[in-house]
Design a protein around this ligand. Structure first.
Ligand SMILES: [Zn+2]
Length: 187
C-alpha cells in the first residue's frame, strides 16, 4: 500500500543527501513527488477486475502490439519504457481488447525488471479466468540505467519474450513477424 507521508519524508531526505537548497523551486517538491508517486508506483486495483469475459468470436488468435508502458528498474530505480505485444489463443472466451493494455500497465507500476514484467503479464493472463490455450508476451524496452549511468550505451533496446501454454510454432512465427523489429523509442 502506497504511503504518501513516507514518500514525502524520503524525498526530503534525498534532497538533503544531495544538498538541494530549500529554495522556492524545491520547497514544495517533497509534496509534489509524493503525489507523483501515487501515479507512478501505486497499483490501482486487482488485475482480476480486468478479466471480463465475452463469448469467443471465430478467431484463432488475438494479437496486439505497440502497447506503451513505463516502469522503473528494481536495480537502480531509474525508468525503463517501451512497447509490449501480446498474443493469446482463446479457448471459449475473449476479454476486452483494451484490457491487454490495462494488464500491462498494472504490472509495470512501481519497481520491477523487464524480464519479470514479461513473465508477470504472460502468467497472469494464462492463469486467469480467460483460460486461454496459450499466451505470448514480447516486450521491447529502453533502460535509462543503461543510458545515463553504467555502460552509458544510448540506443540499446532489449527484447524479452515469455510463452505460457500451447502455441503452435506456425502461430508463434506469425506473431513474431507481426511484431517485427523494435521500433525506435525516440533515441
Ligand atoms: Zn537498472
Amino acid at each position: 500500500m502506497y504511503n504518501f507521508e513516507k514518500m514525502k519524508e524520503a524525498t526530503q531526505l534525498m534532497m538533503e543527501a544531495v544538498g538541494v537548497q530549500n529554495d522556492e523551486h524545491s520547497k514544495e517538491t517533497p509534496d509534489r513527488v509524493a503525489k507523483m508517486g501515487e501515479i507512478l508506483y501505486q497499483t490501482d486495483k486487482d488485475p482480476k477486475d480486468y478479466i471480463k469475459l465475452f463469448p469467443k468470436g471465430s478467431q484463432e488468435v488475438v494479437m496486439q502490439k505497440e502497447i506503451p508502458f513505463y516502469s522503473f528498474c528494481a536495480h537502480h530505480h531509474l525508468p525503463f519504457y517501451g512497447k509490449a505485444a501480446i498474443m493469446y489463443a482463446p479457448n471459449e472466451t475473449n476479454i476486452g481488447l483494451s484490457k491487454l493494455a490495462r494488464i500491462t500497465r498494472h504490472f509495470s507500476k512501481g519497481f520491477t525488471t523487464q524480464e519479470q514484467l514479461t513473465k508477470d503479464v504472460a502468467e497472469f493472463i494464462y492463469s486467469s479466468e480467460l483460460k486461454p490455450k496459450g499466451v505470448v508476451v514480447i516486450i521491447d524496452s529502453t533502460h535509462t540505467c543503461m543510458t545515463i549511468r553504467g555502460v552509458r550505451a544510448p540506443g540499446v533496446q532489449t527484447r524479452t519474450k515469455e510463452v505460457q501454454g500451447e502455441i503452435n510454432p506456425e502461430t508463434l512465427n506469425q506473431f513474431w513477424l507481426y511484431v517485427g523489429n523494435p521500433s525506435s523509442f525516440g533515441y
